[in-house]
Each structure stands twice: as C-alpha cells, then as structure tokens.
Design a protein around this ligand. Structure first.
Ligand code: UDP
Ligand code: MG
Length: 331
C-alpha cells in the first residue's frame, strides 16, 4: 500500500435527506482524526423520492471528497452496495449506513485491524437490539439460527453490513456477479480473515427505517433461497415419508378388507387425507417454484442497478464477470 491509503466509504441512501448532514458532520470528525487515509465518501442514492440527491449535490459542491451515484429508481440496498463496490477503487473500502446506526467512530479501530494487524476485513455486530420492536428481534434471532443450521454461509446474529474491507476482499465480492445478492451471506462465503467488533445498538439519527416486517420477511426468504438448498431436500424428504405412510395404509386397508370385508366407510377421513396431500404437493411445488423464480431472474442477466447520474469521473465498468450490466452513466 502507498503512504496514504485510499479509503472509500460506500453509503447507501434511500430517502435519507434528514440524516445526511448529521452523517457528514460525524464523518468529518473521523476523517480529521484519520489523517493517514485519503477519504472518498461514495454515496449511492437508491432512487430516493425526497431531497437526498439535492443534499448530496450540495455536499459534493463544498467537499470534493463527496461523490455520488444516483439510480434511476429504487433498486434496494443490496444493489446500492454492489454499485458502490464496483465503483470503489480504494485500497480499503467501507460500507456504512447513512443514519449513524453504524458508528463512524469505530472506523479508526477497523482501519488499524487491517493495516496493522493484517486482517482482510473487519466486520461489526450489534450485541443488543435495544430500541427495536421485540417481535422483530425474536424473528431475526430465529432467522439466524435457522440459516446457520441449513446453510454453509457463516451468518452471525446481529451482523451489520458495516465493514471495512481490503482490496482483495472487495475483488472477491465483485467476482460474484449474481443478481440475487444477499450480502450477509456473500461476506461469509468469500472467506478471508475477518475480525469482529461489537457495539451497542444505536437508534437512527433522523428519518425512519425502510424495512417493514413484511420486507424483512421476504428478505430472509431471499437469504435462505440464495444460500441453502435445504428446503428442496426437505420437500423430497416429505415426499418419501408420505409414500411410506401410504404404503403402510394400503397394507392396512387390504388386511382390513380381507379380515372384516365390505369396508365402504371412512369418507371424512379420506377427504382430510386428500386435502392434506394436496397441501403438501402445493407446498413442495411452491418451494421448487421459488428456486426456479430465482434462477429465472438470474438467467435473464438484467443489470443489478441502473445509474442515472453521477459525479464520478472514472467510468469503471461494473465487474465483467457480472451479469452484463448496462451502466448508463451520465455526468
Ligand atoms: N437503504 C437503501 N435502499 C433501500 C433501503 C435502505 O439504500 O431500499 C439504505 C438506507 O438509506 C440506510 C441503509 O440502507 O442507509 C439501512 O436502512 P435502514 O436504516 O432503513 O435499515 P435498518 O437500519 O432499520 O435495518
Ligand atoms: Mg438504520
């Protein structure tokens, strides 16, 4: 690495107009403290409907370290992270939320872990979920437990997307050009030496969370489908079990016919069994369908995001190994 390490901070923003100046002020302190690094603040405006872009343009005018990429619509945080990573040319790259829930003051410690201790990435996790609705925390915990049981991706409970990564780590992430991106899984999948830092949950400084319970539920299904084929195996297992039960039932019916004869009863139970089996079949088709749907989206090779506007001079093509992105950038 050169004398002055270039550190790109990627900040996905979706309707963060109210939080941006708090974020920038806080980052200003950190940037002053870390004079050993040459900073670049790369904001990704993920199709905000408020004045986020305007706010970013104002910041960019007064500080040339501020860069932005603005999407043509809301593509989601995962797409924003990918866009940031593919445009980052820093020696080190960080991902940080705009709402100060990822404390920027941890950055110097993260920096030292990579530059002095030799780690490839430094990740963070919340040790408390204070201020979060209990029901949300409960389901989040269940999800992490389930995920670690059924997939090989090492996903840590309370892990944030807040991390600092070396160039090699970022390149590894970019080599995975998949459309259905689940960063929490991808970070673990690429391996490397990762140091974990813990911090207490902080409530967002302004604005409100973009994640409703339903959105989080769908996101967790995405995570499972992206990192585990266990539901498919489970469907097959249920199928085999049903066949075995049916075999036993057939033997039972034949024996009963031979012993007692004339068994034209049992219609209600028959209806229940038919409905039950129909349900199981539909469930299995549903599981199969969700994998097929993801495969369908993957083979379409649509761009992960579309950039409408940016003040970045370098026009780095998003990763070639990716899915043929059309990065329509205008200056
Ligand atoms: N975000 C985004 N696109 C979205 C939703 C969220 O870029 O579609 C950004 C958001 O602006 C914030 C970060 O992702 O910087 C985390 O979002 P939020 O604070 O709403 O999530 P939470 O912290 O509640 O999990
Ligand atoms: Mg937040």
């Amino acid at each position: 690495m050169q004398d002055r390490v270039k550190l790109t901070v990627i900040i996905p923003c979706y309707n963060e107009e109210a939080a941006l100046h708090y974020f920038y002020d806080e980052m200003q302190n950190v940037m002053q403290e870390m004079s050993c690094a040459e900073f670049e603040l790369l904001f990704v405006n993920d199709g905000s409907g408020d004045g986020t872009l305007l706010e970013l343009k104002k910041l960019a005018e007064k500080d040339q370290r501020v860069k932005y990429i603005s999407f043509s619509r809301n593509f989601g945080k995962e797409a924003a992270i990918y866009a940031g990573l593919s445009h980052s040319d820093g020696d080190l790259t960080a991902i940080m939320d705009a709402d100060l829930q990822d404390p920027p003051k941890l950055l110097p410690k993260m920096y030292r872990a990579i530059v002095e201790e030799g780690y490839d990435s430094v990740a963070t996790r919340r040790v408390s979920r204070r201020g979060e609705p209990p029901i949300r925390s409960f389901f989040a915990r269940m999800f992490y437990r389930l995920m670690n049981r059924i997939s090989k991706a090492d996903i840590v409970d309370g892990a944030r997307d807040y991390r600092l990564m070396s160039r090699a780590f970022v390149d590894a992430l970019l080599s995975m050009g998949e459309y259905n991106r689940f960063s929490k899984g991808l970070f673990g999948w690429v391996g490397f030496e990762t140091k974990w830092l813990e911090f207490e949950n902080v409530e967002r400084v302004a604005g409100e969370t973009k994640w409703s319970f339903w959105k989080l539920f769908l996101y967790s299904i995405d995570g499972i489908v992206a990192f585990s084929t266990m539901p498919l195996s489970l469907a097959a297992f249920v199928g085999v079990m049903m066949c075995l039960i049916a075999a036993v039932a057939i033997v039972f019916v034949i024996v009963r016919q031979i012993v007692y004869g004339g068994s034209a009863f049992g219609w209600p139970s028959m209806v229940c069994i038919t409905i039950f089996l129909g349900g199981i079949q539909l469930l299995c088709i549903g599981i199969l369908g969700s994998y097929l749907a993801k495969t369908y989206l993957e083979v379409k090779k649509r761009p992960i995001y579309i950039c409408k506007e940016t003040n970045l001079e370098r026009k780095k093509e998003p990763n070639d190994s990716g899915s043929g992105k059309t990065d329509m950038e205008r200056n």
